[in-house]
Design a protein around this ligand. Structure first.
Ligand code: FAD
Ligand code: DLZ
Ligand code: SF4
Length: 517
């Protein structure tokens, strides 16, 4: 063979991928490989593994139908070496290509490995930019240059201008404001009708994968039964269409709401399909913009949704690549506790956590506020080591890849990066959860009290967090008000809260035996 070997990873399932762009079907071979190293580097939720493997198999079938030569290595093939390099090496030996072509991977660990592949394989390995994002790593680095306190909002405005999304002809934001977040914090009234969840029944390919995953990964945290993810581009477009019609109109209003037994509310569930490449960010945003133009969704909804994608999603990726590999080791608050065991089984009588973790177990999904203000907030208040928290988030969500998970976890939820992502920690007492959900009404704890064994654990832990981090946070202007309240607190109350918090911390999350960085 004189052509190229083109490797496509499990989260690169996009027909226009840079590694496939100049594909010559007469000379080239495309390699997709299911490998142990990728299925086991964290204990992924079984639904996440099934989603990736089934989507890979469908993508390979589509390529073959277009006349492309595909080398597909299934996980249970006896000759499977277990690693991506091993499979590239086997394909190189069989096809003898003149070069290997890859699109840059989404995670640092793999990117670092791939730098050595050329030497190892003894032939050129070309690593191309992943231009499925609106901002390349180089563009983001240029945008960061000279900025003392870079913030998502400024970056977002630039991308709005560049793409023209929700912009007027004379370069102004539609409606006169860039951001309608203030309108997007409504709690859900009981009885508000919710959109139905579209169903994606497994076809034969998916069923075969479900059988394989059930056998090999059934012991991981998470239910495989009820698997309901789009695994093809056509299904993903169906989910997008459903969301635009049924979810988007109220997406803005209820973006931050939470409710017992209702995992999806008005959220799109599109992140998993976006992150493996079945959808592209711009087409998703154009669909939301069109709905606004045609009067099918209000501006606060369309703007709020588009901001999540061209703003947050692009921004976190930029931050990840800009600060890695050092970012992974940051622990600005010196958090040194272990992750409570209930994160891995949902067995807790704190209703908000039980709901968020239970939904995660059943659907490999929780929406943003659950991840940030329930599971993330609790880990922040307890002082759990960022590395353990990060491993949990990377494992349990169907959409989890380090480029998006880590800035959200280390940065947004835990403030481990000392303020790179957020200007202050997202620490909150039970009051926030009570305002945004019906969880507290159905909980055995009393959200209104902070002391005593029936008091909501978030409350004492919140004040303990404030006290423990006074040296690090009191000078932050955005924390000034809370530290003024803390200063006025009677010493006896401070002592009582500290004692209650200490009991909770020791009960849920003893100090890590081996302190980690
Ligand atoms: P919707 O609420 O419908 O939002 C629309 C889209 O906006 C999402 O599909 C997603 O692509 C994008 N988006 C929204 N918020 C963010 C954000 N903060 N960062 C990046 N993209 C965003 N998202 C992931 O895709 N993978 C992760 O591993 C991940 N880990 C997270 C960990 C923590 C601690 C937190 C606080 C957030 C995390 N997020 C992650 C962001 C967000 O929670 C999910 O993108 C969202 O819940 C996915 O559900 P959805 O598709 O229904 O989103
Ligand atoms: C997540 C995942 C899983 C579970 N399995 C595979 C696999 O077997 N083969 C593969 O090519 N990719 C897989 N992936 C996605 C990779 O982990 C992902 O490409 C890297 O983490 C880089 O983002
Ligand atoms: Fe969660 Fe506290 Fe509310 Fe219970 S009372 S649901 S623990 S915030």
């Amino acid at each position: 063979m004189t052509g190229h070997l083109r490797l496509v990873l499990g989260d690169q399932l996009t027909a226009t991928l840079s590694a496939l762009r100049d594909l010559d079907p007469a000379r080239d071979v495309v390699l997709l490989a299911e490998v142990r190293a990728e299925t086991e580097y964290v204990p992924h939720h079984p639904q996440k593994i099934a989603l990736v493997l089934s989507a890979m198999r469908h993508f390979a079938a589509d390529l073959r139908a277009r006349g492309v030569t595909v080398r597909y290595v299934a996980l249970d093939e006896p000759a499977n070496s277990g690693s991506l390099l091993g499979e590239v090496g086997r394909a190189v030996a069989d096809f003898m290509p003149e070069a290997v072509v890859i699109t840059e991977p989404g995670e640092w660990r793999l990117f670092a490995e791939m730098q050595r592949w050329g030497k190892h394989l003894g032939l050129p390995v070309e690593i191309r930019t992943d231009d499925r994002f609106l901002t390349s790593r180089a563009d983001f680095a240029a945008w960061m240059t000279g900025r003392k306190a870079p913030r998502m909002e400024h970056f977002y405005r630039e991308i709005r201008r560049r793409t023209g999304l929700l912009m007027t002809a004379d370069g102004k934001p539609k409606g006169g404001a860039w951001n309608y977040d203030a309108d997007n914090r409504k709690a859900l009234k009981p009885g508000t009708p919710l959109p139905p969840t579209p169903l994606f029944p497994p076809d034969r390919t998916t069923q075969a994968v479900l059988d394989l995953v059930g056998t090999r990964f059934g012991h991981h945290f998470g239910r495989l039964e009820g698997f309901n993810w789009p695994v093809t581009r056509i299904d993903a477009l169906g989910l997008l269409d459903h969301f635009i019609r049924a979810g988007l109109p109220a997406f803005g209003d209820y973006q931050d709401a939470m409710q017992d037994g209702e995992p999806f509310l008005f959220h799109s569930r599109l992140s998993a399909a976006l992150n493996i490449g079945l959808l592209e960010p711009l087409e998703v945003c154009r669909a939301a913009e069109n709905a606004y133009r045609h009067g099918l969704a209000p501006l606060n909804a369309a703007e709020g949704f588009i901001r999540q994608i061209i703003g947050w999603r692009e921004y976190v990726r930029g931050i990840y690549w800009h600060h890695m590999p050092d970012y992974a080791a940051l622990n600005a608050l010196g958090a040194d506790r272990s992750l409570p065991a209930f994160y891995w089984d949902g067995e807790t009588d704190m209703n908000c956590l039980s709901q968020a973790i239970g939904q995660t177990r059943d659907h490999a999904y929780a929406h943003h506020i659950q991840r940030l203000m329930v599971t993330g907030n609790f880990a922040l208040l307890l002082g759990v080591n960022p590395r353990e928290v990060g491993e949990w988030y990377l494992a349990v969500y169907a959409d989890a890849y380090e480029w998006v998970e880590m800035p959200n976890t280390h940065g947004m939820a835990l403030f481990a990066d000392g303020g790179v992502m957020a200007s202050k920690p997202y620490a909150a007492s039970g009051k926030y959860i009570d305002r945004m959900s019906n969880h507290c009404a159905n909980c055995r704890y009393d959200v209104k009290s902070a002391e005593g064994e029936h008091a909501c654990p978030f409350n004492a832990l919140y004040w303990d967090f404030i006290a423990r981090n006074e040296d690090r946070l009191a000078r932050n202007p955005r924390m000034a008000m809370i530290y003024r309240s803390f200063a006025k607190m009677a010493p006896a109350r401070r002592d009582a809260l500290r004692a209650r918090a200490q009991t909770l911390r020791d009960q849920y999350a003893p100090r890590c035996r081996r302190p980690r960085r």
